[in-house]
Design a protein around this ligand. Structure first.
Ligand code: GAR
Length: 190
């Protein structure tokens, strides 16, 4: 199984979906590290309960030096033996330094049908734009935010009475199957 690191900042429900996938004998990855930039990320408890190695590298202790923070992240990921990084609700914009180090080996999940609605508040944006369809995207990370090559997408309808919350919930269900599916395909293709 390929060792992977999962980077989170919060709830960690996509991380949980990856944990559950990795527990299956035929899944081609195992999680060598769950790393959070926030000490209070709920997902850390989920990872600890699953007996995974966790680490916190708090970006706030590095002031404005984004690269110094990322050097520590990179070292921790490397030390865990991970050969691939999965961003799972990791809410930091990465510098070109880290992106280059992991080019072709870092995946992200984004809650929209990219290239539509990059950035934050994607569900609200989709509703405001009058989109009839919305969804999520797994893509390779490049230095343009939410711009990397698309590996897979899942679609959901936008309903007339949707709120950003109801739409987010419908998309999240799809995220949890899309991410493990695309990760598996990606590893098996390599
Ligand atoms: C997910 O919806 C993920 O797609 C999104 O944050 C949520 C994290 O939830 N990611 C981004 O917006 C990345 N810019 P989770 O912590 O429960 O997986």
């Amino acid at each position: 199984k390929l060792p992977i690191a999962v980077l989170i900042s919060g709830r960690g429900s996509n991380m949980k979906a990856l944990i559950e996938a990795c527990e299956k004998p035929d899944f081609p990855a195992r999680i060598s590290l769950v790393l959070s930039n926030r000490p209070d990320a709920i997902g850390l408890d989920v990872a600890r309960n699953a007996q995974l190695t966790t680490q916190v590298i708090d970006h706030k202790t590095f002031g404005k030096d984004r690269e110094a923070h990322e050097r520590k992240v990179h070292e921790a990921v490397k030390a865990s033996g991970a050969e691939l990084i999965c961003l799972a609700g990791y809410m930091r914009v990465l510098t070109p330094w880290l992106v280059e180090k992991w080019y072709g080996k870092m995946l992200n999940i984004h809650p929209s049908l990219l290239p539509a609605f990059p950035g934050l508040h994607t569900h609200e944006a989709a509703i405001k734009a009058g989109a009839h369809e919305h969804g999520c995207t797994v893509h390779l990370v490049t230095s343009g935010v939410d711009e990397g090559p698309i590996l897979g997408q899942a679609r959901v309808p936008v309903l007339a009475d949707d709120t950003p919350e109801s739409l987010a919930g419908r998309v999240l269900v799809e995220e949890h199957t899309l991410y493990p599916k695309i990760l598996k395909e990606f590893i098996e293709r390599k």
